[in-house]
Design a protein around this ligand. Structure first.
Ligand SMILES: NC(=O)c1ccc[n+]([C@@H]2O[C@H](COP(=O)([O-])OP(=O)(O)OC[C@H]3O[C@@H](n4cnc5c(N)ncnc54)[C@H](OP(=O)(O)O)[C@@H]3O)[C@@H](O)[C@H]2O)c1
Length: 385
């Protein structure tokens, strides 16, 4: 899939024809709504779309202040196929393009009322009563979030069902540049890299090894000047993790702590010079677990996993204290909730791809909040240590 951003006079005749064809097919024919689709605003718009070998998959146009509204505006948002996240991806691409072409500021759109939930998930809020437009109920919405593209490092990203990979997808869809770290080659990640050339960089990094982490940092620093967000997602647990004391090999705890607790701090230490160069203010999120809460501990197993997460929480709080006077760096740890991160788990309530977007928005709200709770859940509430 390729991303396209073009002003009107840069469009080829064929591109313009296919854009208008999709818009007319959906807005006029499919919705059975005769209205003036060619409204003389296309000449002033920047046209944004996603395409693969089958044709245009999703499209929108963005316009500067004064064309449709006093704000930068987005309109004619259309997706040729539903249920593939194309709408949210083209919207993020459009907002990024709008800010690049027209500068920072709120982004306005008129949404069909039935699509309100979709736009709310992208950070828009309703600013008007419902009104009728061409016989269809609409509302006015505004997105005030300054979503300047950022550079993100996420560890443990090779498994397509798991959280790390889906966070990578969400940040890429949002228009960000991502360093995704893995220990071994990942076909799924390679496929994603082909979809986002230049914005997805795959790093090989074993977080149990200082040498490996430092080498990955040197590789990243040669590509990008700074990092705005680190998500320490990688973790480990031994094959004995569900066993109780008599059957558990205690020598498995130290290596687990080395990966799950020391690993994230190794990453923080190595990448600190890049974090310090962040212009937006940097955030480090250590993905912990309710299993790391000593106050809430009820289990008689997880001798390795529970211990490494409790140790990670302690290290996070210590680092939070250490960087407390640095206004440009905040550090938190998070219980992400129970997710369906492997194909055999049908019980967990949270879908990792859907949930990754909830977490992305939560992280943005915590970037400049050093006085907020340090150990939180995916709903943003404090969790007992
Ligand atoms: N799943 C849940 O419901 C749940 C609940 C609470 C907390 N969490 C936390 O959320 C995070 C993501 O969970 P998940 O279930 O998606 O995780 P996961 O599938 O177990 O993925 C963890 C990743 O860490 C990588 N990793 C392990 N050791 C490493 C090392 N030494 N260096 C670098 N990478 C290493 C693994 O790489 P390989 O693929 O090479 O093995 C794997 O890709 C974890 O921190 C987990 O503890 C998850």
């Amino acid at each position: 899939m390729t991303e396209h951003v073009k002003r009107f006079d840069e469009l080829t005749a064929d591109e313009l024809y296919r854009i208008l064809q999709l818009r007319v097919d959906v807005f006029v024919v499919e919705q059975n709504c005769p209205y003036r689709e060619l409204d003389d605003l296309d000449q002033r718009a920047v046209h944004v779309w996603l395409e693969d070998e089958t044709g245009i998959l999703a499209y929108l146009r963005v316009m500067d202040r004064g064309a449709e509204s006093e704000y930068i505006s987005v309109g004619r948002v259309v997706s040729a196929r539903r249920g593939r996240g194309l709408g949210s991806r083209v919207l993020r691409l459009g907002i990024r393009a709008a800010r690049q072409c027209f500068g920072d500021g709120p982004v306005y759109l008129e949404a069909q009322t039935q699509a309100r939930g979709f736009y709310e998930k992208q950070g828009f809020r309703q600013i008007s009563e419902e009104f009728m437009l061409d016989g269809i109920p609409h509302i006015r919405m505004l997105q005030e979030e300054s979503s300047m593209p950022q550079t993100v490092l996420i560890t443990g990203t090779g498994r397509p069902y798991a959280l790390g990979f889906n966070l990578v997808r969400r940040y890429l869809e949002h228009g960000d540049t991502v360093f995704a770290s893995i220990r071994r080659p990942s076909e799924a990640l390679e496929k994603l890299r082909a979809e986002y050339p230049g914005r997805l960089h795959i790093l090989t990094m074993d977080i149990a090894s200082t040498e490996s982490v430092n080498a990955a940092e040197a590789e990243a620093a040669a590509i990008a000047p700074s990092i705005d967000l680190i998500i320490n997602n990688a973790t480990t647990a031994s094959a004995d993790t569900m066993k109780e004391l008599p059957d558990f090999d205690l020598d498995l705890i130290a290596p687990a702590v080395n990966v799950g607790a020391v690993g994230p701090i190794r990453v923080l230490k190595a990448f600190l010079p890049m974090l310090k160069k962040s212009e937006s203010g940097a955030l480090v999120v250590n993905i912990s677990s309710e299993a790391g809460s000593i106050g809430k501990c009820y289990r008689t197993y997880y001798l390795d996993y529970g211990t490494e997460k409790a140790a990670l929480n302690m290290l996070t709080m210590t680092m939070h204290n250490y960087f407390k006077n640095d206004p440009n760096l905040n550090i938190i740890c998070l219980h992400p909730g129970w997710m369906r991160t492997n194909p055999d788990n049908h019980e967990a309530p949270l879908d990792p791809y859907e949930h990754a977007e909830t977490l992305r928005l939560l992280f943005e709200s915590r970037r400049h909040d050093p006085d907020g709770p340090v150990f939180i859940t995916h709903t943003g509430e404090a969790y007992p240590w």
